[in-house]
Structures are given as C-alpha cells and as structure tokens.
Design a protein around this ligand. Sequence first.
Ligand SMILES: Cc1ncc(COP(=O)(O)O)c(C=O)c1O
Length: 406
Amino acid sequence: MTNPLTPPVPPRYEPMRGLALWGEEEKAAAVEVLESRSLFRYYGPALQRRVEDFETRFGALHEVPHVVGVSSGTAALTCALIGMGIPAGAEVIVPAATFIGCVSAVVAARGVPVFADIDESLTLDPAAWEPLVSERTFAVMPVHLNNAAADMDPILAVARKHGIRVLEDAAQACGVRYRGRPVGSLGDAGAFSFQLEKNITAGEGGAVTTGDPLVHDRAARYQDQGGQFFTSRGGERGGTEGGPFLGANLRMTEIAGALLSVQLDRLPPMLTRLRDIARTIRKELSDLDVTWRALPDEEGSGGDLTLLTENRMAARRVVTQLTAAGVPAATLYQGRMVYQNPAVHSGRTAWDTEWTPPSRLRTSEALLGRSVTVALGATMTDDDVAHVIDSLRAALVPAGAAEGAR
Ligand SMILES: Cc1ncc(COP(=O)(O)O)c(C=O)c1O
C-alpha cells in the first residue's frame, strides 16, 4: 500500500524553513554547549546561559519584556494559560481549524475548549466567537495559522469588552507581524513552537511571551516545578520567593537555547524572502481568477501561499496535480477540523471525559476542505519559484480552457 503521506514525486525543493538554513553556526553553538558540559539551564560546571540569552533576544525581536523558553509549543500554551491564572473548568475559545496541541494545552491547564468558526482568512472569525462567550469563558486563543496573522484588532476589542484574556498561538508564525507589531506581543500572552517544521527550530522547543510580569512569573514557575530554580535565578537552590505552588518540568535545554539563538539571526531575512516569493507568485498569476486566502495583514505575513478552490474535489485535484509536479502542496489539516479528531470529539482526556461532543461547524469545514496550501521553503531558488508558478497555472486552468485561450 502506498503511504498517503509520501508524494509520488519527491518535492523539487525542501519545504522547510529554519531547518533548511541549518549550517556550521548551529553546529558550533551546539558543540560549545556540549564542551561546557552544562546542558541544564539553571546550573552546570561552566554555565553558558544560552536559554537566558535566547529569551532576551527573542523578547527584543518580539517587542515584549518577558519571555520564558520551554520544551514545546504545547508547553508554552499550557504555561501561558496557567500564567494567566486560569480557574479549573474555565472555557477557552479556540478556532476549529487548528493543531490538536491547542486543545491539549487547554486540557492540561484544566480548562475546557470551545470551538469557534473560521472565516476566509482560515483563522478565527472575529465576529463568530462573541456569541460563545459565557460567564465560564476565561480566554480566547486566536491562532496565527500558516505564517499569517489572525485579525487581531477586532478580536482584542471583543475580548476587552467582555474582560476575556487573549492568548495568541503564534506557533506557526514566529516573526510575523500584524499592523506593524509582532504577533505574540498583541494579546495578554503569546506562545511559540520551535518544532522541526517551524520558522526557527531546535527540533523541539517553545516560548511564552508576555508584557505582564505576573503572567511571566507564574508561567516561569510552572515550567520549573513551581519555581524550583527559576525563582533563585540559577544561583542558590531553594530560594523560592512568594507563594510556592506545584508545577511541571517543561524546561528548555541549553542546547536548544544555543541553536535557537543562531536560528533567530536567520529569521528576518528568511521571512522577507518568503514574503517576496509569495507576492511574486500571486502577482504572476493575477490574470487567473484565483481566490487567495484572505490575509488580514499581507505586509506582515511570513510567506503564506494558500488558495481556496471551489470545492473539496477541486482542492484534491489541485493538490494531486501539484504534488505530481514536485510542488509540496496540501489541504490544510487534510480538511479536518480539530474537533473531528476522535479524542477531541469524544472529550476523552487522560483522566476523564471532560466535555460533550462539539457541534459541527459546517461553513468552516467547507472552507478548510477547499484550501490548497503550497509550502514555501527557505532555500527555494528563482527556478523553483518559476516552477511553482507554472505548476499552479497548469493546475488552476483546466486543460480545455487553456486550449481555448490559445
Ligand atoms: C497552531 C499550533 N499550536 C500549537 C502547536 C504545538 O507545538 P509543539 O508541537 O511544539 O508542541 C503547533 C505545532 O505544530 C501548532 O501548529
């Protein structure tokens, strides 16, 4: 049987971002940490403070005063919710088209997910979630999907009106901006992932960003067993200040911190290049009647190239044609909403059933099913870009129409 994840033709270019740019600098940074034998962020024989340096530099780039490096994006979301002080059983509104980690994080923080519609931006519909607000709602989690920002201004306005916290999931959008400001700096907190496919990567990793010192303090404590080392700033052990509480171990390693600091330097030029590539491709195809995904701020995007076909069948045909031409393309999340995952649908968690099955959001399902995204890679050449343009043109113009146009 053929593996449905393996395209018949190998992709013509590596559809990776930070990973595609890995080089000698990453290797040297990792070796330096190995040679110091200080792989733990809070102490070691010759501590390099690589995670701390990364947090400082990440904060500067994202224009926030507080950053906590953690072990994954899911850990970052969990720490941010706990940092905000989520009460047990409180609801968090999440877009129905997202990664399962959003749901896992809400559950890990003892919250209950509530699923909201997306719009043609394929992210949270700013108007759709307000009716879902109840006295149990604690936070809303806009997801900056596929390197493009959600429409934050109206989301923030509704959240302020109802006194709801805003946690930006920027896992897929590190370095992306919305109306001039970095994503992750707009709400009460942001969460980033540094998993293999992300804009910068250490294989695994995550970060919480916030402007609120209290959120920072609680998030930093939680990832460190409630503040075992964090509150003593890596010096003496056991110097916990304030009210201690139990946490988890979600700490980032020094190797990850070192790798991510190198990757961070590569990020701004990479995003500029990818944004230019996406713009060029859209411009070259402007004579065709293409419905591109609506981007609330195209200027700040990190090179999303996603279009909406007329229906699911058409999306499948376009994806098949593109992958056969060596262009890495897919329907986002294979057209499946996060609540269609069996565990999410039945509300099965590791400890108990937590919620009743969510009702289907058919407009959102139809939108996601119509999506075709072309993964742009950081090392794409101009020839690769030309190939994507030609392949998209061939896939989007039915053979008969192309004949007729001649
Ligand atoms: C939107 C979104 N949120 C959260 C996560 C979770 O990140 P991680 O895999 O690092 O836990 C991901 C990862 O793919 C993601 O895409």
